[in-house]
Write a protein that binds this ligand. Sequence first.
Ligand code: ADP
Ligand code: MG
Length: 399
Amino acid sequence: MRSADLFRARFGGAPDGVWLAPGRANLMGEHTDYNDGYVLPFALGQNIAAAAARRTGRRLALCSRQQPTAAVEIALDGLAPGQVTGWAAYPAGVAWELEQAGYQVPGARIAIDSDVPAGAGLSSSAALECATALALTELAGLAVSRPELAAIARRAENEFVGVPSGIMDQSASLLCQPGHALLLDCRSLESSQVPFDPAAAGAGLLLINTRAKHDLSDGEYGRRRAECEEAARRLGIPSLRSLTNLADVDRLTDPVLRRRARHVVADNQRVLDVVGLLSSPSAAVADTYHDIGRLLTQAHLSLRDDFEVSWPEADATVEAALAAGAFGARMIGGGFGGSVLALVPAAFGGPVRDAVTGAFAQRSWTAPEFLDAAPSASAHRVALQLVRLRPTGGSSAGA
Ligand code: ADP
Ligand code: MG
């Protein structure tokens, strides 16, 4: 990534600073966030970089290396939802929500670069929001806590862009620590760091972007939310989080609602089970990863059969990865497209890639994209001079 070079080429002069915000993968807890449940994401080493500088006047200029358009100019005065469409709505939404929260946003020029694939379920959108949010607040010297910044970035996505997402993605991008996953209670918004360092235990995390994108996803996501709310209403509870006993799900007479609720209750428990395994690992560390892998695969089957949000490329990926020796694998994200997360013994990374590539070729699907994942740092400012002194091609965090 060379966001500072892009800044110089598009805007002239040097940026005041460069801020990175990571994408994320969710180890466990899918479709649990809007049910007030638990999620367990970790930050990726892949980031959105925002090279930014203040400018006089109340205007933003935005460009991105991944977008062919000329810089987008946005007036901060009179800004309102609906005025900005396309990718610039994410950073513009952050500026708007900061002002809604009472923070005065400075005029700024921002150049974006990224190695988080967009639309792959790895949350490039939240990374874009969080990089912008951190750049704007630090440029202006505003003291905004990370949890508040996450809430502001989430509202940008919900209210300004119009995507009804939960708080997980922005929390992961702003709160995760290297070598840890983030246990987030979506009811209380309390979070804690859970040690998670697969490499130290001879394991690896492989992300497989299946490249499938389904038009279904928006409508189906809304439908799942409505089904979960209806299940909770019929059970007389505020949200499905209140159920901790799987047997209580059987009080639902509607078979579809019963399946949806079963997934949510079981996945919340799987989050706690993974946290338990990571917090007190077995003396034979490989056993711990074996057990976590089994929970990942169980979660995939639950998402496939009970929640019905998987897609053929994800099912084939999980199947091929398991056959090639993965500890476990599951689809991540909302479903109907995006990525699969596989937990693999380090020595099996190559065979798993080959097996998945083969499964896709056999079905004449577009080849999948592989990314190595490692629990990494949350959003932060990078020292321009330091990064520019590194040998070229060496860093994904290039400024
Ligand atoms: P995900 O968050 O899973 O990657 P989304 O559909 O939520 O998928 O967000 C993808 C959108 O975020 C893109 O369509 C684009 O508008 C914006 N985006 C992501 N990365 C970039 C980038 N590098 N430059 C500009 N816009 C980006
Ligand atoms: Mg997104």
